[in-house]
Design a protein around this ligand. Structure first.
Ligand SMILES: [Zn+2]
Length: 156
């Protein structure tokens, strides 16, 4: 593994993720890499899938929008059952850009295979705006490969 020098700004953001008021959200999971390395490694993985952060965020947003049509209920798309659970309040983006995401959790289940995937509304923003998929071991870690294999089964 190679190490990239981390900017002072990223260092502060990583510190906040680990020890600040956002620490409870566990964005970094058990990942011990620098934030710069996490961002770089996922950027390379997305590129090797011939995808972009924007395309992945768009895909995650598609299912979020579908599920929002009937909050807390199952909404069927062509290949998936989608459930969006939303709670009061919001979660501020740890990248300090004054963005606050609703506390929404999206769960999709492919009806054929039973395979499921879960992400949050904040994941969508962090992927689109920052290329951040959370650390390995994080509760809401999004694996780019899983998105590519599973969610691309739906024709948008
Ligand atoms: Zn942000």
């Amino acid at each position: 593994m190679t190490y990239m020098k981390q900017s002072p700004e990223l260092r502060v953001i990583q510190e906040n993720m680990l020890t600040g008021s956002l620490a409870a959200f566990g964005f970094l999971g058990s990942d011990t890499r620098s934030l710069a390395d996490i961002l770089r490694d996922d950027d390379e993985r997305v590129t090797s899938l011939a995808l972009t952060h924007e395309a992945i965020a768009e895909r995650l947003q598609f299912f979020y929008d579908k599920g929002q049509q009937s909050l807390g209920q199952t909404v069927a798309t062509d290949h998936f059952d989608v459930v969006v659970e939303e709670h009061k309040g919001g979660i501020p983006c740890p990248f300090r850009d004054n963005f606050t995401a609703p506390k929404a959790v999206i769960t999709v289940t492919e009806r054929n295979s039973g395979q499921t995937m879960t992400w949050s509304a904040l994941n969508i923003h962090m992927i689109r705006a920052h290329g951040f998929y959370e650390g390995v071991g994080a509760k809401f870690r999004v694996e780019p490969e899983t998105v590519a294999e599973l969610l691309w089964k739906e024709n948008l």
